[in-house]
Design a protein around this ligand. Structure first.
Ligand code: PDD
Length: 274
């Protein structure tokens, strides 16, 4: 059923609303086509599996529904949020109380990000925490982003674009809604899945593009010191693609302007999606 946003209603007993008991994906279109839809739906299925939310419909049928919603929205380009909640039922933490998983697809016009972000790079801050749900749902894209929201709030108060999350040993994991890469001694480093990151789809494409460009890559732990002394740093996400980072906690990175490798990777990524 396709509805206008103001007509769409979700029960106040929905567990996504009551407990953040849901998983989601953020997808965007290029030329009206959802980019990497299969990869996003595979990750959604993995996320749902990790928190034992049954899929309300087969993956291929959900893909058709998402495409239908995008077509109906008639946006030049769309930002899509595909969610699955455990559904509604009597209150209580027992997952068995939920009656039937609910799916929602939100489609909005994609807002272009300011070109200055790519041209000049952005500042980030660091924040020691864990994503709220990571203890049980490592790597799942569950909807509870409260700790990330608090980290981002602090970053924005400091005039930064994004907060990078550090783990207990001070290693850099990822941004609140992005993955992170550092170019150090000519090698592109990004933290591994086991560190507790959300394995980004843009990250996977960047790793592929870097390989094609002949840039040496290592997927390994990224101590904050390594990041600080890197020649280039960038973050990646579906909505932002690749954004150069030129300042970390007020300290300048490399040559203080977006680096050559970052720009080359972004150009190659654009070619791939365009
Ligand atoms: N979030 N890490 C976290 C914690 C994220 O929430 C996201 C993306 C990423 C990047 O993943 P991808 O390249 O697949 O978008 C990494 C989506 C974009 C969001 O902002 O809702």
């Amino acid at each position: 059923m396709i509805l206008q946003p103001e007509e769409a209603k979700v029960s106040v007993y929905d567990r996504g609303f009551l407990y953040g008991d849901s998983v989601f994906e953020t997808i965007r279109t290029y030329a009206g086509e959802p980019f990497a839809l299969d990869e996003h739906l595979a990750r959604l299925e993995r996320s749902a599996g990790r928190v034992a939310i049954p899929l309300p419909l087969p993956r291929a049928d959900f893909a058709l529904e998402i495409r239908r919603a995008i077509r109906a929205a008639r946006n030049p380009e769309s930002y899509v949020r595909a969610m699955i909640t455990r559904g509604s039922g009597p209150m209580g933490l027992d997952t068995g109380l939920a009656e039937k998983a609910l799916r929602v697809v939100l489609v909005e016009p994609l807002q272009a990000l300011p070109a200055t972000m790519y041209r000049d790079g952005v500042a980030v801050t660091t924040f020691k925490t864990r994503r709220a749900a990571d203890e049980v749902a490592q790597g799942a894209k569950v909807s509870n982003y409260l700790t990330s929201m608090m980290a981002l709030k602090e970053a924005r108060a400091a005039g930064a674009h994004e907060a990078l999350i550090l783990d207990g040993s001070g290693d850099v994991l990822e941004g609140t809604t992005s993955n992170v890469f550092a170019l150090t001694q000519g090698v592109l480093v990004t933290p591994p899945e086991e560190a507790g990151i959300l394995v980004g789809i843009t990250r996977a494409h960047v790793l592929e593009v870097a390989g094609e460009l002949g840039i040496p890559v290592r997927v390994e732990r990224l101590p904050l010191e390594t990041l600080r002394s890197a020649t280039e740093v960038f973050i990646t996400s579906t909505l932002r693609e690749i954004v150069p980072v030129v300042r970390v906690d007020g300290q300048e990175i490399g040559a203080r302007v977006p680096g050559r490798t970052t720009r080359a990777i972004h150009a190659a990524f654009r070619q791939k999606v365009g």
